[in-house]
Write a protein that binds this ligand. Structure first.
Ligand SMILES: Cc1ncc(COP(=O)(O)O)c(C=O)c1O
Length: 428
């Protein structure tokens, strides 16, 4: 077992580790807010390329997946949280992101686009003068049907890869961990994807998918290591910066942005943190939020272990059982850790009950339908603010703009939503 009491990375106090081990809520705050130099990998060019790719594919996506007048842009609204509190709160509505209703559309669809673009060039469909619209034609579909894409998922990544992959005509296989909800599997099967059900956790589903034989006609979306996923998420930072600028919000180190990001394997929050730090430096604070049973990133960071030998939550004696299915991950992504381990400014863990209650509260206060994973971002705000106020070297966060990144839920089926609300009511 790694020596988590000796923490070269953060000098984490022993009482914090005791709370983590006991499955109690825990909060960690970095000594000072990290700046641009904290970023660990150089993927700036790849992020710019990902932004261009989304732009190039807008027409093709609108053709294949449009319907209600959607223009093919994978963007979400930034809105004011209606309840007045100790500070200004905005919500980034990725829970309603086109076309899959979760943050995973950013990374998952980007990786599918990267793959079909590669096939398009290889098969001579896409030339220097050809627009990407050709990739949405019936003849391209016939070509794509000879290619396969596979992914492991707790639900939302699989749906994003599945929906986009099937729309282009790819053969899609999704390996689902034990945490994946039945309705998420059914939704994928209805798209014509193959769903492989695993009795083990997310890491095991990923390992099984990675081990499958591959050839020139197949591609594996590796959630624990994929730069294409990571850069797809990172594009969201530019989108947010433009929205803030339109609202005349200009963060500074004294009145920063504080962004609350639900974390599973770390790719989505990691990519967004990378993008935000590159733009705002120490005028943005990035806080990762995890379930008390699955604090994979918290454990990775506090251990100070190298990215290729990260401990898991099981090493701490935790069981990785949470109703926040999107965050039910035992070991963090090595890529995300390498990229942002020094850029994450705070970590918060929350109980399932707190996330459930936050989903009921957000429905009552704002009419937002969030899955527990997404409600975690809202629930973390008051806890983190209270703790950061006591940290020497930190600005007064009541002057900050707080952004809860709502990561999924708008497309929950009515029956699932009613079940979630009943579980929340039972807590009160
Ligand atoms: C709703 C939701 N929020 C957050 C996340 C976390 O993303 P990541 O696993 O990339 O950290 C997920 C992952 O599936 C998710 O489904």
């Amino acid at each position: 077992m790694p020596d988590l009491l000796h923490c070269p990375a953060f000098h984490v106090p022993q009482n914090l580790l005791t709370s983590l081990r006991a499955g109690r809520p825990a909060i960690w705050v970095r000594d000072t807010i990290s700046g641009r130099t904290s970023l660990g990998l150089d993927v700036t060019d790849r992020i710019a390329e990902a932004a261009r790719r989304f732009g190039n594919f807008r027409g093709a996506l609108a053709t294949l997946l449009g319907g209600e007048g959607w223009d093919g842009a994978i963007c979400s609204r930034l809105t004011e949280w209606p309840t007045p509190g100790a500070a200004r709160i905005l919500v980034k509505q990725d829970h309603d992101l086109p076309v899959t209703g979760s943050i995973k559309a950013r990374g998952g669809i980007h990786e599918v686009l990267t793959y079909v673009e590669r096939i398009g060039r290889r098969e001579g469909l896409l030339g220097a003068e050809t627009g990407h619209a050709v990739l949405a034609t019936e003849s391209a579909r016939t070509v794509f049907s000879r290619y396969r894409i596979s992914v492991a998922s707790t639900g939302n990544l699989g749906y994003s890869v599945g929906l986009a992959g099937r729309a282009f005509g790819l053969d899609v296989t999704v390996h689902m961990s034990r945490d994946a909800k039945a309705w998420k599997k059914d939704r994928l099967r209805a798209l014509g994807a193959t769903v492989v059900e695993h009795a083990g956790d997310y890491g095991e589903a990923c390992a099984a998918a990675r081990a499958e034989p591959r050839d020139d006609f197949s591609h594996f979306v590796d959630d624990e290591n994929s730069p294409d996923l990571f850069c797809g998420y990172a594009v969201a930072a530019k989108e947010l910066a433009e929205q803030l600028s339109r609202q005349a919000i200009h963060p500074t180190p004294d009145a920063p942005l504080v962004v609350y990001l639900p974390c599973g394997v770390g790719g989505a929050p990691g990519g967004i943190t990378y993008g935000l730090k590159a733009i705002f430096g120490d005028s943005v604070v990035c806080v990762f939020v995890e379930p008390t049973a699955s604090p994979a990133m918290f454990v990775a960071l506090t251990s100070g272990a190298p990215a290729d030998a990260l401990p898991s939550v099981y090493d701490l004696g935790l069981d990785n059982r949470t109703l926040a299915d999107g965050l039910a991950v035992a070991r963090a992504s090595a890529l995300a850790v390498s990229a942002v381990r020094n850029a994450i400014d705070g970590m918060v863990t929350l109980s399932d009950a707190t996330m459930l209650k936050a989903s009921a509260d957000s429905w009552a206060a704002a009419g937002l339908r969030l899955e527990p994973s997404a409600a975690a971002a809202l629930a973390a705000i008051s806890h983190f603010m209270e703790r950061a106020q006591r940290a020497a070297g930190w600005p007064d966060l009541s002057r900050a703009t707080h952004i809860a990144w709502l990561t999924g839920g708008a497309r929950l089926p009515e029956s699932e939503w009613q079940k979630q609300m009943a579980a929340a009511r039972a807590l009160c």
